[in-house]
Design a protein around this ligand. Structure first.
Ligand SMILES: Cc1cc2nc3c(=O)[nH]c(=O)nc-3n(C[C@H](O)[C@H](O)[C@H](O)COP(=O)(O)OP(=O)(O)OC[C@H]3O[C@@H](n4cnc5c(N)ncnc54)[C@H](O)[C@@H]3O)c2cc1C
Length: 410
């Protein structure tokens, strides 16, 4: 492709992990790539993801890994096989950011941060000749699908023609870092089916009493197991917030929570405060109550509950907790917490919904708009936290880049 008089051109819209990966693949094969990004700089959500430690991917075996993508695992399987966690780790190492596997199996760059990775990546893209135009908002397709319409800061609209287009505009969570879901209208208007964008990996609303919220906001419920009807039990730390609960185990059962809320408007969460002990074991320990012990002292001494766990029991079961060991044990194993809603999509870590898989072929090209490829969270897949989100974003970006190359070659 480098031998022609002028190189083929690709327009990439969206400067997140998916778009930049597509740009790298294309530019690495001699394509002249321009990335259009509406924020003042690219990769803002990647940087945000790096704040608490950039969890790039996960080290679990490929079969288990794939199950994390639920119903879309089949469509993502070839994409993830072509750019798997090892490939992602090799790519990061190639940028001077070797990775390590944390105790939970999650994979992080050794620096733990996104900033050095993004800096090195942008330097590589510049070397490959990728041009990045920021403050350019994609507003829709031109007469030809491979013509994109963008507006600059002054509101003036331009039409940019390319041989191929990759759209990677992200979902709709954390709009202040760029992905605001504003693309849905234009994509739908072009006849492409888009499943409604919804919050995924998101906290839930619980109507705590002011006393409980004041005392325990920001305090974790350490190593609990949570479950709703239709979900497997999931263990980990759940964080109490002023308005509800956050954290890995809550996110992990998010699909079942969403389904229950859709069906009934509220949802019953059960929290097991001592997943490491059976009801019988707890009852046996609780039977050894000393006459002078208050309820709190009893629960603390007999079964090791901390203040927040005891607070949750009172909050959800009322101030008069059972005095019988077996009844108390049963309550500790299944504290009922009523969920009223999920937090809004703007507060979510990721987005469910997006462009329907029936709309794209195996190269991630839109069937209705030949020459236009899509990647990243724009596509209709979801996964829990744990590195699965970035892995699929990078992998679909690489796949869209390869798909666009194939089209250019033909
Ligand atoms: C707080 C937080 C922490 C996270 N931590 C992790 C983690 O540790 N591990 C993990 O795997 N995932 C994590 N994620 C999720 C991960 O960051 C995303 O899944 C990933 O960034 C999605 O990549 P993308 O390229 O599809 O979209 P994005 O990263 O959202 O990129 C889309 C780009 O398109 C641009 N854009 C949008 N609309 C337009 C338009 N109209 N015109 C031009 N440009 C436009 C946006 O500005 C943005 O730059 C986290 C997310 C959040 C919010």
């Amino acid at each position: 492709m480098t031998s022609g008089v002028s190189a083929p051109t690709a327009t990439v819209v969206g400067g997140g992990p998916a778009g930049l990966m597509a740009a790298e693949v294309l530019a690495g094969h001699g394509v002249a790539v321009t990335v259009f990004e509406h924020m003042p700089s690219v990769g803002r959500k990647l940087l945000l993801a790096g704040r608490g430690g950039l969890n790039l991917t996960h080290s679990e075996d490929p079969a288990s890994f794939l199950t994390r993508y639920g119903e879309t695992a089949d469509r993502l399987a070839p994409v993830l096989a072509a750019f798997d966690p090892e490939a992602l780790r090799g790519w990061a190492a190639g940028l001077g950011e070797p990775t390590f596997v944390g105790s939970s199996g999650r994979v992080f760059p050794q620096s733990f941060r996104a900033t050095p990775l993004l800096r090195a990546w942008l330097a590589r893209l510049a070397e490959l000749g990728v041009r990045i135009e920021t403050r350019q908002r994609w507003v829709g397709f031109g007469a030809d699908p491979t013509v994109v319409r963008v507006t600059g800061p002054d509101g003036d609209e331009r039409s940019i023609a390319g041989d191929v287009v990759v759209l990677a505009l992200g979902g709709a969570s954390w709009p202040r870092v760029g992905s605001d879901g504003g693309w849905v209208e234009a994509v739908t208007a072009a006849g492409v089916e888009v499943a409604p964008l919804r919050a995924a990996n998101v906290g839930v609303r619980v109507a705590w009493s002011p006393v409980f919220a004041d005392r325990f906001q920001g305090v974790p419920l350490k190593y609990v197991t949570v479950q709703v009807a239709g979900s497997p039990p999931v263990s980990g730390d759940a964080m109490v917030t002023v308005t509800g609960l956050e954290g890995g185990p809550i996110y992990a059962i998010g699909v079942a929570i969403r389904d229950a809320l859709d069906a009934a408007g509220s949802c019953a969460l059960t929290v097991d405060l001592r997943p490491d002990r059976s009801t019988e074991q707890l009852a046996e320990r609780l039977a050894r109550r000393r006459p002078k012990d208050s309820t709190s002292t009893w629960l603390r001494r007999a079964i090791g509950l901390d203040a927040i766990a005891i607070g949750l029991l009172r909050e959800c079961a009322g101030p008069d907790l059972p005095a019988q060991p077996d009844r108390m044990a049963a309550l500790v194993k299944a504290v009922p917490v009523r969920i009223d809603a999920t937090m809004p999509i703007g507060r979510a870590i990721s987005t469910a919904g997006g462009i329907a898989w029936s709309e794209v072929d195996d190269t991630l090209m839109l069937r209705r708009l030949p020459g236009v490829f899509v990647a990243g969270e724009m596509l209709d897949w979801e996964a829990p936290t744990g590195g699965y989100l970035l892995q699929a974003s990078f992998a679909t970006g690489a796949a869209a880049g390869r798909g666009a190359l194939t089209r250019l070659a033909s």
